[in-house]
Unconditional design. Structure first.
Length: 386
C-alpha cells in the first residue's frame, strides 16, 4: 500500500496530563506536520483539547470514555463514534487506553469494520487471557504498537495477542528543545537556589509509588555525609508528597531536597540537573523524562524495571541498577557525583543516542510505517465480519 496522507482519529480517555497524554500530543503534532489529518478524540474538559491546538490539529471533545459497566456512557459513545465514522470516514483509529479501545472497536465492529484499528500499549499492566480480550485484540484490532520491547515480547507470548501484528516503537522527544543551554542552566539553578559547586540529581516524575522516590532518598541518605555538594531536585506532584516530605525529614535530607511541584517548562527545568535519575519500581516502559535528560546531555541513572534498560546502555550513556535497590543506587550516585569527566562523557553520548534512536521525527516515521502495515493487514482481513 503506497504511502499517502491519512485521516486519523487518535483517542485517549485521560482528563489530566501524564506520559500517555504527552505521547498522544507529540505524535499528533508530528503526524500533522508530515501532512496527515489528525483529530484528537477525548472527553469534555480533557487537557487534550488544549493539546490538540498546540499540536496544530483538531480536537473532538464529545466522548465519555468511562470504564466499568456504564450502559448509558457506552451507548452514548457508540452512537457518537458511529456518527463520526460515517461522516468523517477516517482511514484509521488509533486508541491509547482500555475505555476508548473497547468502544471504538465495538462501534467499528457493529458497522462491519470499515476502519483500521491500532492500539498503543503504554505500560506493563497485565492483560488477562480471556475470551473478550482475545476478541478485542485479535479479531477487532488490526495492529498493536508497544512502547518497549520487553512488554511486546511478554504480550506476544499470550493467546490474547497475535505476535505477527505487533511492533515496538519507543516514545520520541524533541531533541532540539532539550539541547544544552548555558544561559537557561544559569537561570534555572538560580531559581532553584543552587550554587556553582552543587551537584544536582534531578527526577522528573509523579510523586507516586511506581517512581521509586523512597529508594532515591534512602540511597542519598547513605552518601550525604561524603558528598555535601549533593542536592536533589524533584519535579512533579502526586499523592505521596506528604509522606515523601516526612521521609526526607526523617533521613536528615531536608536541606538537600527541593520539591518543585508540577512544572510545564521541562526543557528549562532540566537544564538545572547535573544527573538525571529514575528508580522506578512499576509501570514505566519508555520514559520521556530519561530521554529528555539525555537530550540535554545529562548522564542518567535508572532501575532495570520494564523498558528503562532499553533506553540506557549501562556504563556508556548512564548507569542501570537493580529495581528496588538502595546500595547499588547509592553506589551509582556516588560514582557520578565524584567524577565530572564521566558525567560529561556519558551526557554527550546520551544526546547522540537520543538523536539517533529516540527523536520525535524517528518516532513519527516509525509510527507512520506501522499505520501502513496496519492498513495492509486490515485490507487483507476485510470480508465477513469477525
Amino acid at each position: 500500500m503506497a504511502n499517502r496522507p491519512l485521516k486519523i482519529l487518535m483517542t485517549d480517555p485521560h482528563l489530566a496530563g501524564g506520559g500517555q497524554v504527552t505521547y498522544v500530543t507529540r505524535l499528533a503534532g508530528a503526524l500533522t506536520r508530515m501532512g496527515h489529518e489528525v483529530v484528537l478524540g477525548c472527553r469534555p474538559g480533557s487537557v487534550l483539547a488544549r493539546c490538540a491546538e498546540e499540536a496544530g490539529c483538531a480536537g473532538h471533545e464529545e466522548f465519555v470514555f468511562r470504564g466499568g459497566l456504564r450502559p448509558s456512557a457506552w451507548l452514548a459513545d457508540l452512537s457518537r463514534l458511529r456518527h463520526y465514522i460515517k461522516t468523517r470516514q477516517p482511514d484509521l483509529i488509533h486508541v491509547n487506553g482500555s475505555q476508548d479501545h473497547w468502544v471504538c472497536a465495538l462501534a467499528n465492529r457493529l458497522m462491519g469494520r470499515p476502519v483500521c484499528i491500532v492500539r498503543t500499549r503504554h505500560n506493563t499492566y497485565e492483560v488477562k487471557d480471556s475470551r473478550p480480550n482475545r476478541i478485542l485484540n485479535r479479531a477487532w484490532t488490526d495492529y498493536q504498537i508497544v512502547v518497549c520491547d520487553v512488554v511486546r515480547r511478554t504480550l506476544a507470548q499470550q493467546r490474547t495477542f497475535d505476535a505477527r501484528h505487533m511492533c515496538t516503537i519507543h516514545n520520541g522527544v524533541d531533541v532540539e528543545q532539550f539541547k544544552p543551554d548555558v544561559e537557561a542552566r544559569k537561570l534555572a539553578r538560580e531559581e532553584f537556589g543552587y550554587e556553582s559547586h552543587h551537584v544536582v540529581i534531578g527526577i522528573a516524575a509523579r510523586l507516586v509509588e511506581d517512581k521509586g522516590h523512597e529508594f532515591l532518598f534512602k540511597a542519598a541518605a547513605q552518601i550525604k555525609d561524603a558528598h555535601p555538594e549533593m542536592r536533589l531536585l524533584l519535579l512533579g506532584q502526586g499523592v505521596l508528597e506528604d509522606s515523601l516530605r516526612a521521609l526526607v525529614t526523617k533521613l536528615g535530607l531536608a536541606d538537600r531536597v527541593h520539591f518543585a511541584g508540577f512544572r510545564d517548562d521541562m526543557p528549562y527545568c532540566t537544564q538545572a540537573f547535573d544527573i538525571g535519575v529514575l528508580p522506578s519500581i512499576g509501570c514505566d516502559t519508555s520514559s520521556f523524562s530519561l530521554k529528555e535528560e539525555m537530550a540535554a546531555e545529562k548522564p542518567v541513572i535508572a532501575s532495570d524495571y520494564g523498558g528503562l534498560k532499553e533506553i540506557i546502555s549501562d556504563g556508556v550513556d548512564g548507569l542501570v541498577v537493580p529495581t528496588r535497590s538502595v546500595q547499588p543506587l547509592a553506589s551509582a550516585m556516588r560514582r557520578l557525583l565524584q567524577d565530572p569527566e564521566s558525567r560529561r562523557r556519558m551526557g554527550e553520548t546520551g544526546r547522540r543516542r537520543v538523536q539517533r534512536e529516540f527523536s520525535i521525527d524517528i518516532f513519527a516515521e516509525r509510527t507512520e510505517s506501522a499505520y501502513f502495515r496496519a492498513l495492509s493487514i486490515h485490507q487483507e482481513r476485510k470480508g465477513p465480519a469477525q
